[in-house]
Design a protein around this ligand. Structure first.
Ligand code: MRU
Length: 371
């Protein structure tokens, strides 16, 4: 994506800088655009745990580079396996992280230690390039959905924009480029479709208010941030034409894990006949799991993310402000699972399908093992 006329990806390495891994520090956005330079797998793990880097596809890509950094320090098999496990354990819900590490290991286990650094950078680079291509394809398929809605609104004599609600941040900063849920929005906007985005603030960490609003604003896409509790009300009053969200893991039956609060939006959308789409690259599908509620591990994060809100004061300094009485207990499940029955369609790089085993297998027939 372009920021101030310059094109960026969300992760990059270059020879001039010794192949260190570069990311934007997402905990500083939208107030400043700080670039972090990571040199060790421990620094990569720390950046993922503290959510300086976040978003399912992006943490997979960054962890892949983290393994390349690890191999520069020690390319022997025991160290490689240890560091791969350490990186894979940084966050439990997003399957892309484990997928990327497994893909790296599959290639590296068949590579001589002396060649592993080169091969690891090559493979991590391929993961990044494929993520960009997949998200671009998601965007193209999603544009068609947005345009269908625009046409049906016009046919009903409406001159209003297409109003899309999104939750959390599934934009370019959560992937290597383009984003998943936001890719169709960027493309439709670039093609001249009149649209407006309702951005859920997404407590407790406010990825919507901070990151999605920043992304959309930088791209010139009209948007309004709403409190997480507003979506149902907006839908009841006919102010939402469609919902598009991203996801951290989709089961082979079409259940969807995404940022906490997604399920409530899906329920409200279902009750109000608002189409609810989930955008994902196929790297987010966990074919080994059927029942999302039972089998997807949900990350529990620090209570402090709930008891405190991070913002910027009038002097421009970032600060965490406490919003609960001293000593209040707080729980912080970071994701929830939306059952497939509430999902109108899964928007993938191969097109849109039903959120069901049959729907997914129709798009990914190579996954049909007959069981
Ligand atoms: O905890 P986060 O900010 O990493 O959660 C991110 C989300 O829930 C996104 O919707 C998901 O990872 C998809 S990003 C393309």
């Amino acid at each position: 994506m372009k920021i101030g006329g310059e094109s960026y990806r969300s992760v990059w390495v270059n020879a001039e800088d010794g192949y260190a891994v570069h990311i934007f520090d997402q905990t500083k956005l939208p107030w400043s655009l700080d670039i972090l330079r990571l040199e060790t797998p421990q620094q990569v793990a720390e950046a993922i745990v503290t959510m300086q880097v976040r978003g399912a596809p992006l943490i997979g890509a960054v962890a892949a580079y983290g393994l390349a950094l690890a191999l520069r320090i020690d390319s022997a098999t025991p160290a490689m396996e240890r560091d791969a496990a350490m990186l894979a354990e940084t966050r439990p819900t997003a399957i892309n992280l484990r997928w990327a590490i497994e893909r790296m290991l599959t290639r590296l286990r068949n590579t001589l230690p002396a060649d592993r650094v080169r091969v690891a950078y090559e493979e991590a680079g391929a993961i990044c390039d494929e993520d960009v291509a997949q998200n671009e394809a998601i965007g193209r398929h999603g544009v068609a959905l947005i345009q269908q809605i625009a046409e049906s609104k016009r046919a009903r004599g409406s001159d209003e924009p297409v109003r899309i609600l999104t939750h959390c941040n599934a934009g370019w900063i959560a992937t290597v480029d383009w984003g998943t849920a936001l890719a169709p929005i960027y493309m439709a906007h670039d093609q001249g479709t009149d649209l407006h985005v309702w951005v859920d603030e997404t407590r407790p960490r406010n990825q919507g208010a901070a990151l999605t609003a920043w992304e959309l604003g930088s791209h010139g896409v009209g948007h309004t941030v709403v409190s997480d509790n507003a979506g149902g009300h907006l839908m009841q009053h006919g102010k939402v034409d469609m919902v598009i969200v991203g996801t951290d893991r989709v089961t082979r039956n079409g259940d969807v894990a995404n940022k906490i609060g997604t399920y409530l939006k899906a329920l409200a959308a279902h009750d109000n006949d608002v189409p609810f789409y989930v955008a994902l690259p196929s790297t987010t599908i966990d074919w080994s799991v059927g029942d999302g509620l039972r089998d997807i591990p949900i990350e529990e994060r620090s209570a402090r993310e709930v008891t405190h809100i991070v913002g910027r004061d009038s002097d421009g300094k970032m600060a965490a402000v406490q919003v609960t009485p001293d000593g209040t207990d707080a729980a912080n499940p970071a994701f929830d699972v939306t059952p497939a029955r509430l999902v109108t369609g899964l928007l993938t790089e191969r097109g849109v399908c039903d959120a069901s085993r049959e729907g997914l297998l129709a798009l990914f027939p190579e996954r049909n093992t007959g069981s």
